[in-house]
Ligand binder design. Structure first.
Ligand SMILES: [Zn+2]
Length: 355
């Protein structure tokens, strides 16, 4: 059992410390391909960059999707003094970016930078009370001017991620960047390992999707190409169990098992198919897996794109509760990842009874 948790810990560390913003998920696709290869018959990358691993075992077919991209930044231009101005890729809360150390992924290799802004010493009292907009931040890479920055490989289009290493907290809880959705990636890999080891008879498409954070793009094209009978998205969801958030805003808690999405974005994103929810609830009950039911007002996932593909694909989401989502210090419980993988694998095992 301890060994099992160590493996999950190692894998999440690997994926969390790796870098890949929306549109530049190649590194993650490479890692994911290596992990999935032993459990599937075929792995390929489609034209948009989605990593598609196929385990063919007759009818019905289940698509499991986890997005490979992380929210990040991109160099917009470098000013005369060599400071890098950037655009945000994905849903950042601007204050999260203030004073972070970043990595710029240039053609010549990775270099460090820091996100700078006006120091409080130079602010008027009123200014200090206000949040600083990302627009008023810039990246200092140590360049003396823009030609110097160019020599360092920093030109418009260079992608930028936060420099934050994975670390363990107490009670199997861990922290790192982009657990959204690398924890979902790990849960999908673990599920595929279980499906393989248990020789489960159902066709599974395990898909690492691209560009989720900027409009659920890869999910749309990969689901169209695969046209599965049913789909489950492997994700993280907002935990509401810490100071500053009330249960009525999120009733999901860490360490209480994976959450099944009933509805997200107040119904404007996904209203999960009733039969899918029934299937997941019954499976959890049969195999004694703790679950939570997620009715969410904000945020959405790849399932929103998938369920509207072709003539409609019944879908829901299995999520790992995560604190501080879209920050570099997201926190999850590895036990929840383990339980979520078990639920995904058992769901694939029982899918033939429901679809
Ligand atoms: Zn996500």
């Amino acid at each position: 059992m301890v060994r099992y948790m160590e493996q999950l810990d190692e894998m999440l560390k690997l994926f969390s410390n790796a870098h890949g913003v929306s549109g530049y998920e190649g590194n993650i696709g490479q890692l994911l391909k290596e992990k999935l290869k032993p459990y599937v018959d075929e792995v390929r990358t489609d034209k948009l960059g989605n990593l598609i691993a196929i385990r063919k075992r007759g009818y019905p077919s289940v698509m499991i999707a986890a997005h490979m991209d992380e929210i990040g930044l991109m160099c917009k231009y470098v000013d005369e003094k060599g400071f890098v101005h950037f655009v945000k890729l994905g849903g950042w809360f601007d204050q999260t970016l203030h004073s972070q150390r970043v990595i710029l992924h240039t053609e010549n290799g990775d270099i460090y930078g820091v996100i700078g802004a006006k120091p409080p010493h130079a602010m008027k009292e009123e200014e200090k009370k206000k949040p600083v907009n990302a627009d008023d931040m810039f990246i200092d890479i140590g360049a003396k001017n823009n030609t110097d920055a160019e020599k360092m490989g920093v030109v418009p289009g260079v992608t930028i991620t936060l420099d934050r290493q994975y670390a363990s907290l107490g009670n199997n809880r861990v922290t790192g960047k982009c657990f959204d959705d690398r924890a979902g990636i790990v849960m999908m890999v673990e599920a595929m390992r279980l499906i393989h080891e248990r020789k489960i008879e159902a066709t599974v498409f395990a898909v690492g999707t691209v560009q989720e954070e900027v409009g659920l793009k890869g999910a749309r094209t990969s689901a169209f190409g695969l046209n599965p009978n049913v789909s489950l998205v492997s994700e993280v969801t907002v935990a509401g169990d810490h100071p500053g958030i009330e249960k009525k805003h999120s009733a999901i808690e860490l360490s209480k098992g994976p959450a099944i999405t009933i509805l997200d974005a107040g119904g404007r994103g996904l209203i999960a198919n009733e039969n899918v929810v029934k299937w997941l609830k019954e499976t959890a009950k049969e195999y004694d897996i703790d679950i939570q039911l997620d009715v969410a007002e904000g945020g959405t996932t790849d399932a929103t794109a998938i369920h509207l593909t072709k003539c409609g694909i019944p879908s829901s989401v299995i999520s790992i509760p995560s604190r501080y989502i879209h920050s570099p210090v997201e926190v999850v419980d590895l036990e929840d990842v383990k339980k979520g993988a078990e639920l995904l694998a058992r769901a694939v095992e029982t899918v033939g009874r429901h679809f």
